[in-house]
Design a protein around this ligand. Structure first.
Ligand code: SF4
Length: 385
């Protein structure tokens, strides 16, 4: 079934410096081939625009992620949007987000981004504590984040997200609480708060492995997560996804596409796309290195490095644990519409076990995680694999 609309992700892989915890496909560079990269994005978009399921469907959300999209001239981002408008059409009420590093924006750049058609800005604040920012290798100060929020407001951005990281080694509960306070005081409509993870292939991952760094104890991390949920809700930002909080009605529409298991087209170096095809699905990904991506996309239109078809069984598993990330949970009717069997027929055994164990709740035609299920989310998700 062809989607009527879809979400478009654009990856900008360049950064000023590589943060030691970051496992995104991003590269610290002094200069970047901006024009060639945008030419490659446009070539890839043209090639995908004639393919199913994107041909004939409109764009309902766009997300410029990275990397650091705010390194680019706003006119470069505008070129990408113009092409998307020409090839697919962008819905008039589309959510168009760009990530921005507070160390790379200015009043002028933010005005340019707004003029380019971007209507939502996501600032990587991470913390307001100088020691934590230094530890995380961030290139900006808390004052720069505060200034960026003011400049974004002045530029006309009504929709604004702040990213935070907690459970940083050395951080105390009151430090994390102070960050929540500082973020909420700036009045964004959306806050993402991520528990720091130590991923393979990152500087922090290596330091952990070598015993040069230690994670906070599990119970401290759990206490911080509980505090984040409670304090953000108290300030008008109830949790709607495991790491995301918003004023009611301000949930990120682009990310909801991912969590609801719907189709998205992702362009750029290392970008992963997903097409839901009836009960099955298809995923593919691009060459990771920016230069290899530019060369392939410019020559062939596509720069695909690999792909896989997901049968109905795998798709049903993914659909389940993605939807369970949402506080609203999984809508049983949608599961049945997509997979042609009821959730109970497919996952009745797991549902019974997890419900009896107090980890899942079943109410109002939905299945969702309980408070305890939220704390043990990864083990709940593993039950559906
Ligand atoms: S700025 Fe963002 S994308 Fe770039 S290295 Fe840091 S966390 Fe990763």
């Amino acid at each position: 079934m062809r989607p009527v609309s879809f979400s478009l992700y654009i990856h900008i892989p360049y950064c000023e410096a590589k943060c030691p915890y970051c496992d995104f496909n991003s590269y610290a560079v002094k200069g970047w081939p901006e024009t060639q990269y945008v030419d490659a994005l446009i070539a890839e978009m043209r090639a995908r625009a004639v393919q199913a399921p994107w041909a004939g469907a409109r764009v309902r959300t766009v997300f410029f992620g990275g990397g650091t999209p705010s390194l680019f001239d706003p006119r470069s981002l505008e070129r990408v949007l113009e092409e998307a408008r020409r090839l697919f059409g962008i819905e008039s009420d589309a959510e168009i987000t760009a990530e921005a590093n507070p160390g790379t924006v200015s009043a002028q750049k933010l005005r340019g981004m707004r003029t380019a058609g971007i209507n939502r800005i996501s600032l990587g604040a991470q913390s307001f504590n100088p020691a934590t920012l230094r530890f995380l290798g961030r290139i900006h100060s808390a004052d720069q984040t505060i200034a960026a929020v003011k400049q974004a407001r002045a530029a006309g951005f009504a929709q604004l997200n702040l990213d935070l990281i907690f459970a940083v080694p050395g951080q105390r509960l009151e430090d994390a609480a102070a960050d929540i306070d500082a973020a909420a005081a700036l009045g964004p409509d959306h806050i993402s708060a991520y528990n720091l993870t130590f991923e393979e292939g990152t500087a922090f991952g290596a330091a952990l492995k070598a015993g040069r760094m230690r994670q906070l104890p599990d119970e401290t991390q759990a206490a911080m997560y509980a505090m984040v949920r409670r304090e953000l809700a108290r300030r008008g930002y109830p949790m709607y996804e495991i790491s995301n909080y918003a004023r009611p009605g301000c949930e990120a529409r682009h990310n909801l596409t991912y969590w609801r298991g719907e189709s998205y087209l992702a362009l750029g170096a290392g970008a992963h796309s997903y097409a839901a095809e009836g009960p099955a699905g298809r995923r593919w990904w691009n060459l990771r290195l920016p230069q290899a991506y530019i060369a392939a996309a410019t020559t062939n239109g596509v720069a695909q490095a690999g792909g896989e078809t997901l049968d109905a069984g795998v798709s049903a598993s993914e659909f389940t644990f993605l939807n369970l990330r949402l506080t609203a949970g999984l809508e049983l009717r949608r599961f049945e519409q997509r997979f042609g069997v009821s959730f109970e027929q497919r996952f009745g055994v797991q549902q019974k076990r997890l419900t009896e164990g107090g980890l899942l709740l079943h109410e109002g035609g939905r299945i969702r995680l309980s408070e305890r299920g939220l704390e043990l989310a990864d083990s709940v998700f593993a039950e559906f694999l």
